[in-house]
Design a protein around this ligand. Structure first.
Ligand SMILES: Nc1ncnc2c1ncn2[C@@H]1O[C@H](COP(=O)(O)OP(=O)(O)OP(=O)(O)O)[C@@H](O)[C@H]1O
Ligand SMILES: [Mg+2]
Length: 258
């Protein structure tokens, strides 16, 4: 009798032994041995003090930067086999400093549909704008004239419209007031429930990390020092470094601890 071979779905994203040196002094290591897997629907908070390489790691994961060593695989396929533009439709980086394309706010939001040749979904755009507190925004306004916080939210919606499998969010609420930051959080939580998009979210706000993640990846000692459930990380971190990180008063947490 023929034996059934079980079909195992590859992990959504696999990071294998990533290494990166500092750009300004290449002999100094930024991080090494960074290995992790991200499954479908996972929400990860990427934490660590300033300068650990969190943004650099996210940029590497979206192929905006390259690792010195190691590999990244999306559903089992190495990033080396992808055109970067194809990869970025699946793995989308949302920067803290949003970059607007030339033209109006609406031009920016329509770009994705032009790229995919899909119809522009007015209703969805209006719903997302309202959810993040931008319902009164003039879509014909030159995008370059928006405030930093407005640009950030438009850039986020522009990325959502791509419907990537993975969103890489780099301190995307850092320049927003508390109530708008909460709106963005809530909107992303609803998006996650409905679309199942996996997220890796860098934040320095621990309360936010607790709300928006199922897992924590903690960067320290030039590597991904801890990969654990969010509850476990906050209740019982494994390393002394993470314990000290959690005990820092707000504001000092971003500073180097060593
Ligand atoms: N492309 C790059 N290649 C290598 N090193 C870089 C690169 N870009 C920045 N760096 C350096 O790497 C270090 C870490 O930068 P990065 O912005 O990734 O840290 P971070 O953990 O995101 O910090 P923060 O919490 O302040 O945003 C910095 O010293 C920076 O100068
Ligand atoms: Mg950063």
């Amino acid at each position: 009798m023929k034996k059934e071979v079980p079909f195992i779905l590859p992990k959504l994203l696999e990071l294998e032994q990533l290494k990166k040196s500092h750009s300004d002094s290449p002999e100094a290591l930024l991080f090494n041995n960074v290995s992790a897997t991200l499954s479908r629907h996972d929400r990860v908070a990427l934490l660590g003090t300033s300068g650990q390489g969190k943004s650099t790691l996210l940029r590497i994961l979206s192929l905006l930067d390259i690792a010195d060593e190691g590999d990244i695989r999306l559903e089992g396929v190495s990033s080396k086999q992808f055109e970067p533009i194809e990869w970025r439709k699946n793995v989308c980086y949302v920067a803290q400093q949003a970059v607007m394309l030339p033209g109006s706010v609406e031009d920016n939001l329509r770009t994705v549909h032009q790229l995919h040749q899909t119809p522009y979904d007015d209703q969805l755009v209006n719903k997302l704008l309202a959810q993040v507190g931008l319902d009164a925004i003039d879509l014909s306004k030159n995008a370059a004239d928006l405030s930093g916080g407005e640009k950030q939210r438009v850039a986020l919606i522009r990325s959502l419209l791509l419907r990537p499998k993975i969103l890489l969010l780099d301190e995307i609420t850092a320049s927003l007031d508390q109530s708008n930051a909460k709106r963005v959080e809530d909107m992303l939580q609803e998006w996650h429930r409905q679309e199942g998009t996996s997220m890796i979210w860098v934040t320095h706000q621990l309360e936010q990390a607790g709300r928006i993640s199922d897992y924590v990846w903690f960067m320290g000692n030039n590597t991904l020092l801890e990969k654990t459930s969010t509850d476990q990380f906050f209740e019982q971190p494994e390393s002394e470094l993470a314990r000290r990180f959690l005990q820092q008063p707000v504001g000092r947490r971003e500073l180097c601890l060593s």
